[in-house]
Design a binder for this molecule. Structure first.
Ligand code: AHR
Length: 513
C-alpha cells in the first residue's frame, strides 16, 4: 500500500472513531418546550437581606468615617457590588434581632440616637443606620424595602406607627416626624413581615405556640392595615411543622399575601456532594408546600366589613425570606463567617434553578445575608470582594426571563460519588420583551458533558454562552487576592450541541425566531 493511501485510511478510521464518540457522548439531550400554562417569574426571587448582626450592616454596607465611604456613611465599594447584584428587594432589619429591635431608636439626628446592646447577637448598635438610611440605601440600589416588625418585645401600636412613619401622607405625628427627619414624600413601603421565625422556641419563646402567634399577628396586622390598607403581609410558616401552618393559616389566610419560609443548607462532613441532595430536598418541600397552599382559595369570600380593611387580593404565595448556605464549620460566632467555595457557588446556582422551576408558588426569595455574615460580599476596613456565590446571583438575575419554559432531559449522567444526584441541573426562561430564551445549566460533575439541545421555536444556529468556572471546587475568594472565578462570554454554534464544561455554571442566550 502506498504511503498516501495508508494515511488516507488512517484518517478515515480516526474520523469514524471520533464521530462514534461524539454520538455516544451526545446521548444527553435537553429539550426546551413552551408550557401549556404560562407561569410568570417574579424578579423578586433575587432579593437580599441585611440584619443588625455584627458586621452585616455596621462595618459591612455602612461605615462612618471610612475613606471608602460616601457622605451617608455607605461603603462605596460595597454599594457598587450591591448595585451589580441588581436586587429588587432588600429585607431588613432582621432576622432574629427583630425580637428586640425598636425602630424609633434609629431615627432623628444620629448623635442623639441611643446606643443599645444587641441582646440577640452581642455587641452594641449605635443605631446610626436606621429607617431613613435603610430607605435611602434601597433607593440607591434600586430595591424595594421589606420590613420585619418586632413581635417579641414590640407592640402592635409600635408596628403601626412604623407603617405611618414610612407611608403616612396626612398631617399626623409619625408622618410629620418623617418629614422633620428630611423626607417630605412617603416611602411607600409595601412589604411587611409579621415577625421572624416565631416558631423557634429557642429564639422567641413568647410566640412559639402557633395559636398565640396567630392571635398576636392578627392584632398587629389589624392596626398596621388600618394605618395603610395597601400593605402586603408575610406570616411565619415552617415547612417541617404542618400543625404550625394549619393553625396559623386557619386564622391568617384571609389577610396574608405570603407565607415566609427560611431555608439554609450545609454539607454532611466527608460528603461534599451532599449539598446538592439538600437543594433537591428543598425543591421537594416547596412542591409539597405549593400543593398545601391550594386549599386556600385565591379569592377571599366572607370577609367582615367590620374589620375595616380589605382582605388579600391574590392567592397566597411563598416567600423564601431567608435562604443560603450555612456550614457547621464556617467559623466565627455561630459559624456565620463563611468562605464560600466554588462548590457553594454551584449549589447556589442550583438553588436559583429551583426558584425558577417553582415560580408558580415562589414569588419572593432573599439571599441571606448580603455582606460578611453568610455574605455574598466580604468587606473589611481595607476593601471588599465578591464571594463565589455572588456570581450566580448576579448573572442569573441579569439574564432571568419573564416566564418559565419546560425542560425535559434524557441521558443525564449522575455524580460519580452519589448516583442519586444528577450531574446537570437545568432551568429555562423566556424573556418576552427581548424575545430571548435563556437556558441555565449547572454542571456539578468533574466531567465535561456533551449535550444535544433542542429549543422549541428556535432555529438560530448561534447563541451567546456566558460561562462561569473555577479550577478547584474547594477554592474561595479572599480580600486582597485574585478572584478565583473565571467568567467568559462567547458566541457559539448551536448545531453542534453544547459541551458543558466540568464544574461550571452556564447561561445560554438565544434569540427566538
Ligand atoms: O441570618 C442569620 C439568622 O438566621 C437570622 O437572624 C434568623 O432569621 C435565621 O435563623
Amino acid at each position: 500500500m502506498k504511503e498516501n493511501t495508508k494515511i488516507t485510511l488512517l484518517l478515515i478510521v480516526l474520523f469514524a472513531i471520533t464521530t462514534y464518540n461524539t454520538i455516544a457522548q451526545n446521548k444527553t439531550e435537553i429539550n426546551i418546550h413552551y408550557p401549556e400554562k404560562e407561569t410568570e417569574i417574579s424578579p423578586n426571587i433575587y432579593g437580599q437581606f441585611i440584619e443588625y448582626l455584627r458586621n452585616s450592616i455596621t462595618g459591612g454596607i455602612f461605615e462612618e468615617g471610612s475613606s471608602l465611604s460616601d457622605p451617608n456613611g455607605f461603603r462605596k465599594d460595597v454599594l457598587e457590588k450591591m448595585k451589580e447584584l441588581n436586587t429588587p428587594v432588600l429585607r431588613y432589619p432582621g432576622g432574629t434581632v427583630t425580637k428586640t429591635y425598636h425602630w424609633e431608636d434609629g431615627i432623628g439626628p444620629r448623635s442623639e440616637r441611643p446606643a443599645r446592646r444587641n441582646l440577640i447577637w452581642g455587641g452594641v448598635e449605635d443605631n446610626h443606620f436606621g429607617t431613613d438610611e435603610y430607605i435611602k440605601y434601597c433607593s440607591e440600589i434600586g430595591a424595594e424595602p421589606s420590613i420585619v416588625v418586632n413581635m417579641g418585645s414590640g407592640t402592635a401600636e409600635e408596628a403601626a406607627n412604623w407603617v405611618e412613619y414610612c407611608n403616612g401622607t396626612g398631617n399626623t405625628y409619625y408622618a410629620n416626624l418623617r418629614r422633620k427627619n428630611g423626607s417630605e414624600e412617603p416611602y411607600n413601603v409595601k412589604y411587611w413581615s409579621l415577625g421572624n421565625e416565631e416558631a423557634a422556641w429557642e429564639d422567641a419563646g413568647r410566640l412559639s405556640d402557633p395559636a398565640k402567634y396567630a392571635e398576636e399577628a392578627w392584632y398587629f396586622a389589624k392596626l398596621m392595615k388600618l394605618t395603610d390598607p395597601s400593605i402586603k403581609f408575610f406570616v411565619v410558616a415552617d415547612p417541617f411543622k404542618k400543625e404550625w401552618n394549619d393553625v396559623v393559616l386557619e386564622s391568617l389566610s384571609p389577610i396574608t399575601d405570603y407565607i415566609s419560609v427560611h431555608w439554609y443548607i450545609g454539607t454532611i462532613e466527608g460528603e461534599p456532594w451532599s449539598i446538592y441532595n439538600q437543594v433537591d430536598r428543598f425543591e421537594n418541600s416547596l412542591v409539597e408546600l405549593g400543593a398545601y397552599l391550594e386549599q386556600y382559595p385565591a379569592k377571599v369570600e366572607d370577609f367582615s366589613k367590620w374589620y375595616r380593611f380589605p382582605p388579600r387580593e391574590d392567592a397566597i404565595k411563598i416567600s423564601i425570606d431567608e435562604w443560603g448556605i450555612w456550614e457547621g464549620n464556617c467559623g466565627g460566632q455561630y459559624n456565620l463567617d463563611c468562605d464560600y467555595t466554588w462548590r457553594h457557588a454551584l449549589a447556589t446556582a442550583s438553588f436559583l434553578n429551583v426558584f425558577h422551576r417553582q415560580s408558580a408558588n415562589v414569588t419572593m426569595a432573599n439571599w441571606a445575608q448580603s455582606v460578611n455574615i453568610l455574605g455574598a460580599i466580604l468587606a473589611n476596613k481595607q476593601g471588599s470582594i465578591e464571594q463565589t456565590v455572588f456570581y450566580p446571583l448576579q448573572y442569573f438575575r441579569k439574564y432571568l426571563g419573564t416566564s418559565l419554559l419546560d425542560v425535559e432531559s434524557t441521558g443525564i449522567p449522575t455524580l460519580a460519588d452519589d448516583k442519586t444526584i444528577s450531574a446537570l441541573d437545568i432551568s429555562s426562561t423566556l424573556n418576552e420583551s427581548s424575545n430571548e430564551v435563556c437556558v441555565f445549566i449547572v454542571n456539578r460533575s468533574k466531567d465535561a458533558i456533551e449535550t444535544k439541545l433542542n429549543i422549541e421555536g428556535v432555529n438560530t444556529s448561534e447563541g451567546k454562552l456566558i460561562q462561569l468556572t473555577a479550577l478547584d471546587e474547594n477554592a474561595y475568594n479572599v480580600i486582597g487576592e485574585k478572584d478565583i472565578v473565571n467568567i467568559s462570554e462567547e458566541t457559539i454554534k448551536l448545531k453542534k450541541g453544547l459541551e458543558v464544561a466540568p464544574l461550571s455554571i452556564n447561561i445560554l442566550v438565544v434569540k427566538k425566531d
